[in-house]
Design a protein around this ligand. Structure first.
Ligand code: GLA
Length: 393
């Protein structure tokens, strides 16, 4: 089943009919994302600038007349889950086998939507987004499920309020998957528009769509999946959050976003780790604003320096980069790229590289050669094209 529908040979709706012996009521899609800039700023009430990828998660869905969620995936044909939404808490997930844990995301969303009046459903999931690649496959799964259930159960106000829906999906990830993520990934998946990046103020929730025209400037943004898998439910992400909260408390501000005088703030912090975290967050927020300024001026060619500065800050100050990411950025720059940086939470996943289109092959070859020299498995390349947010297909 995986190979048949996963390669697009039979549509997801036909696979649903085969799996559940009835037709789906619809198919919904939610994309993964890259983040142009603004990493580890979202939970510091700061700014982010992601855009949606053409890759994502699709969900074929039909209502059930009981309050049961039945969920299967073409990527995990032997690991479906059937669970009652009434009276089943997040702790249920701990009883599932490891290979079934992916279902915590749709289960969390369906449980939270049950409180808003949605009922049970049968879902069949398909994804062309690599998992563990730092491209938000979990958020895409949450958001596709959320939109499907809202539309099936006539929760039209919620379906239209994408910012609120993003918060619900984020809550599902916190409470059911145990990952204390910020709001960037769910917002990107639900709010992005084709041809635009999403400038999001993670404190106010206000966002704007910033045009980004790479082909018009003869530029290509490559996504390099370093194949070092990341898992963010591990402790490092939560530790970074806690460090930022401690620094903010010591500085007497609500969040690091509120630091206005970086020099004075650094002088007040004794702990060198908290100083490094603070310096990253404050400067990264400025880089997001500067990047938006460059985009609004049509100066896409100048983004490279911002990307590389962000990477160095994530590597040296925030300490969330990983060897393959550093290698990729260094090799890309040597190959003539304009800039590059790791994306997402870190400790594995993907890197974005901005290059003149005419140099893209040379840059790719330089990266391949660097991996080969180190005996590393070949990385995967995707071209990042700013795409539409979640929608019904
Ligand atoms: C992960 C989280 C996001 C964000 C990034 C880092 O992707 O899900 O909320 O914190 O890491 O910018």
């Amino acid at each position: 089943m995986n190979t048949v529908a996963g390669t697009g040979k039979i549509p997801l709706s036909a696979a649903f009919t085969e799996a559940y012996r009835r037709a789906p009521e619809g198919v919904w899609h939610a994309p993964g994302r890259i983040n142009v800039i603004g990493e580890h700023t979202d939970y510091n009430d700061g700014f982010v600038l992601p855009f949606a990828l053409p890759l994502g998660v699709s969900v074929a869905a039909a209502r059930r007349d009981d309050a049961v969620l039945e969920v299967r995936s073409l990527q995990a044909a032997d690991a479906g889950v059937t669970v009652s939404l009434d009276g089943t808490g997040p702790g249920e997930v701990q009883r599932w086998a490891e290979r079934e844990r992916w279902a915590a995301y749709p289960f969390g969303v369906a449980s939270l939507l049950r409180e808003r009046g949605a009922g049970g459903a049968s879902l069949l999931i398909d994804s062309d987004l690599p998992q563990g690649a730092g491209l938000s496959s979990s958020a895409a799964l949450e958001c596709a499920t959320a939109l499907a259930l809202c539309e099936l159960y006539g929760l039209d106000d919620l379906a239209a309020d994408r910012a609120e829906l993003a918060r619900l999906a984020q809550r599902a990830e916190h409470d059911y998957a145990g990952m204390p993520c910020g709001i960037m990934d769910q917002s990107a998946s639900l709010l992005c528009r084709a041809g635009h990046a999403l400038m999001l103020d993670c404190r106010s929730g206000l966002s704007s769509h910033v045009p980004i025209d790479l082909p018009g400037k003869d530029l290509t943004l490559l996504v390099v999946n370093t194949r070092a898998r990341h898992t963010l439910t591990g402790g490092e992400y939560a530790r970074r959050r806690a460090e930022c909260e401690r620094a903010a408390a010591l500085l007497g501000v609500d969040a690091l976003r509120d630091v206005k005088d970086l020099g004075a703030a650094l002088a007040r912090l004794d702990d060198p780790v908290l100083r490094r975290r603070t310096q990253h967050v404050v400067t990264e927020n400025h880089r997001v604003e500067a990047t938006v300024g460059l985009l609004r001026a049509g100066a896409e060619t100048e983004l490279g320096g911002m990307l590389t500065a962000s990477h160095l800050s994530l590597r040296d100050l925030y300490e969330v980069s990983w060897p393959e990411a550093d290698l990729t950025v260094e090799a890309a720059l040597r190959g003539g790229a304009r800039g590059g940086r790791m994306v997402g939470g870190g400790f594995g996943g993907s890197v974005i590289v901005l290059t003149a289109t005419a140099r893209a092959d040379r840059v790719r070859d330089a990266i391949f050669a660097a991996y080969r020299d180190r005996g590393l498995p070949e990385p995967d390349f995707i071209e990042a094209v700013p795409s539409a947010g979640a929608h019904r297909l």
